[in-house]
Design a protein around this ligand. Sequence first.
Ligand SMILES: Nc1nc2c(c(=O)[nH]1)N[C@H]1C(S)=C(S)[C@@H](COP(=O)(O)O)O[C@H]1N2
Ligand SMILES: [Mo]
Length: 236
Amino acid sequence: MKKILMCICAFLLISFVLLGCAEENGASPSENMVNEPPDVVSSATKERYRENEIREYQGARLDPAIGPRDNSIKGVQNVDIDKYSLSVSGLVDKPVSLEYGDVLKLDAYQRKITLYCVEGWDATILWEGVLLKDIMDIAGIKKEANTVIFHAVDGYTTSLPLEEIITNQLILAYSANGLELPPEMGYPFIVVAEDKWGYKWARWVSEIELSDNPNYRGYWEQQGYSIEGTIVRTNK
Ligand SMILES: Nc1nc2c(c(=O)[nH]1)N[C@H]1C(S)=C(S)[C@@H](COP(=O)(O)O)O[C@H]1N2
Ligand SMILES: [Mo]
């Protein structure tokens, strides 16, 4: 009796697995999103991985650097790198304008960090970039500065406290999951604002402005989102 029951169980298990696979290949992306358990990669997600993109780091899965859709204020920006420069302005000893290559020459840092958007989605990505502090040090940070305002090519702005950038060693990333940052994620540079909501992660950054105004309100901050933007985790 026991043996027969075991056989039936095994049969049911195998059919479920086979059925699951067939569904994953055949179902439309929206159906997949509704039916799948949270830990399984849907076919729609798999399609977003780029060739040679790192998908796993230290035993944990990484999300594709290109998200399912874009919510930026003016759509994805395609930056012409030959015309691009990154300026460091405001309360600095000597304003500077850096080329893409100048930034890449600085010491590299790699970190796996999750971006959480206030809309409810998140993306865990392996970032590589340079310390924001190292970039600002080229221009020389004036003593009065306490806030850093990021300006992007689409007119987007947001800010972070200078002290947090320095103590938490925040990076400006040029690479995601082992590949050059895609335009969707902010090529050439994104601010990896660890522990802050997605709206603090300025993409397509073109200017880093040192300021003494901690109450500066960027694009989403003006619409009512908090200036601090810190993610408060309840499960920690
Ligand atoms: N330049 C620029 N950076 C930006 C934005 C933007 O509109 N423009 N949107 C922010 C928001 S709200 C989020 S959640 C993250 C990721 O944006 P996405 O939802 O379009 O992928 O980028 C942030 N950085
Ligand atoms: Mo967002």
